[in-house]
Ligand binder design. Structure first.
Ligand code: AMP
Ligand code: MG
Length: 484
């Protein structure tokens, strides 16, 4: 089986100052953890060839395949609100782009592939834990139907990386609609490089927002498009209890995908203030803050685009004002569907809001409450199981009576509810257990099993109950780490 990847690169045609060309680092002893066969096929790549020695060498950075033009991309970014004029790919290498069977162009990037001119004090490497974590959670997000970068493969390098302890090194192969970030625009804007901003915007329009090209003001249409995609994305996150954890502007994708999985996690008990990331000490990126932060990031994008918008700050402001209605329609519409309401009536937002309030007060598990509500939608026989998730079952039952009155105005709720309320999410304690087995015992079975469970999030399976169940007190994972 010969390895052939149909590269068709466009970012490499942009000016030199957009990136630094360099090959990935060579590592000691590449070993395959996993190839995502379905994704490979969708990209027109033979998964068997990827899993063969040449393929594994490529996935580890030891072999640069024909047609690749390896490079680290330049970008800047606000990290926890503080501007850093140069970040860039400090541990990643973009091999090139392929156009998939669906006609969509995607980047293929190695993450953990060695130092680059953007590494600053970092070693350019990735440890196995964060690589497996990104693999699991990005693929879980994809299965939930949420826009996200994907994971094509994971390999170990045979080399240790030094973090707080020595850990096995690994490389993730990431597939993304592109790696253009809000921070990429900031990189050029901060240098007063208006030509760079314009070239980047033209490129992003052609690649991600082709319809904007024919608008009266293409750059404004582009800004509106990014705002709409981000508003929808964050709404989708909230509806499944996802917390990104590091919503810096350099981790905000212009294409509207979830990108840069670090200390991200899914919430168990519903609490809008939930924070997992060890470095987010002030809760800037807490669950409930995510819409506000997305808008803050988009405001930074709008600032970069001002010179292209014809100096009308008002136009940018109007575009940013468009965030809230798009977000609210997606979020409140999504909440309504989570409780089985396909139509929209007065009082619906009050009903969902009241449930969330009761969940917060009652310490109810977010995912399981909505999943069990699917059964309760078929009749009050399902109420006890939902009520058991609340400290005070009576509070839920009073709400459920009002809910049933409203539900009676709908047809066929339970099936539709089961298609939007997952049974399986990557619960932190299960993710952690899978990672620990891989790191401590080189046992990848728990990782494989969890991945399999998460690939069918909406299908009940009583045999897999422990994957659907919230952690017991002693199993609870309260903190996650960047681990870079
Ligand atoms: P992140 O918050 O993980 O998206 O990373 C922020 C910045 O730090 C990016 O510019 C990364 O390329 C860089 N970075 C993270 N980890 C490393 C590492 N181990 N070596 C070099 N650069 C890194
Ligand atoms: Mg990042």
């Amino acid at each position: 089986m010969s390895l052939s990847i149909p590269f068709d690169n466009t970012y490499a045609r942009l000016p030199d100052r957009f990136y630094a060309r360099l090959d990935p680092a060579v590592v000691a002893a590449p070993s395959l953890v996993r190839v995502n066969a379905a994704l490979a096929r969708a990209l027109g790549i033979d998964p068997d060839a990827l899993a063969a020695p040449d393929g594994v060498a490529m996935l580890a950075g030891n072999h640069v395949p024909s047609g690749a033009e390896p490079m680290a991309l330049a970008y800047a970014g606000h990290q926890f609100g503080h501007f850093v004029p140069q970040l860039g790919d400090g541990r990643a290498n973009l091999l090139g782009e392929v156009v998939g069977r669906d006609g969509i162009r995607r980047d293929i990037q190695l993450k953990g592939s060695g130092p680059t001119p953007f590494s600053r004090s970092g070693d350019g490497r990735a440890a196995l834990g964060p690589v497996l974590r990104e693999y699991l959670i990005s693929e879980a997000m994809a299965a939930l139907g949420i826009p996200t970068t994907r994971s094509l493969a994971a390999v170990t390098t045979g080399e240790p990386v030094r973090r707080e302890t020595m850990l096995p090194g690994a490389v993730l192969t990431r597939v993304a609609a592109s790696h253009i970030r809000v921070g990429t625009f900031q990189y050029f804007a901060a240098q007063g490089d208006d030509a760079g901003v314009r070239q980047l915007a033209d490129y992003a329009i052609a690649r991600h927002y082709p319809e904007a090209a024919s608008a009266e003001n293409p750059y404004l249409a582009f800004l509106n498009g990014v705002i709409a995609r981000q508003a929808n994305l964050v709404a989708r996150w909230l509806l499944v209890g996802f917390i990104h954890g590091v919503m810096n502007t350099d981790n905000c994708s212009i294409a509207g995908e979830t990108i840069d999985y670090g200390p991200c996690a899914f919430m168990d008990a519903y609490d809008p203030g939930t924070v997992f990331s060890s470095i987010d000490q002030h809760g800037r990126y807490a669950y409930g803050n995510q819409p506000r932060i997305a808008l803050w990031n988009l405001t930074r994008l709008a600032e970069c685009l001002l010179p292209l918008l014809g100096d009308t700050e008002d136009a940018a402001k109007a575009a940013l004002a468009g965030f809230a209605p798009v977000f609210e329609a997606a979020y409140f519409g999504g909440l309504r569907r989570k409780i089985g309401l396909q139509t929209e009536r007065d009082g619906d937002n009050g009903l969902t809001g009241e449930l969330l309030k009761l969940m917060a007060e009652g310490g109810a598990d977010f995912t399981l409450t909505f999943r069990r509500l699917c059964d309760a939608a078929e009749g009050p026989g399902g109420d006890a199981a939902v009520g058991a998730l609340f400290m005070d079952a009576g509070a839920y039952e009073a709400w459920a009576q009002r809910w049933r009155v409203r539900l009676a105005m709908e047809t066929e709720s339970a099936t539709a509810m089961r298609a939007v309320n997952p049974a399986f999410i990557p619960r932190n304690h299960m993710v952690q257990a899978a990672l620990a087995a891989a790191i401590e015992r080189a046992d990848f079975q728990p990782f494989e099993t969890l991945l399999e469970v998460l690939s069918r999030p909406f299908l009940d399976d009583p045999l897999l109950d422990r994957y659907a169940t919230p952690p017991r007190d002693e199993e609870r994972v309260l903190q996650t780490f960047c681990g870079t």
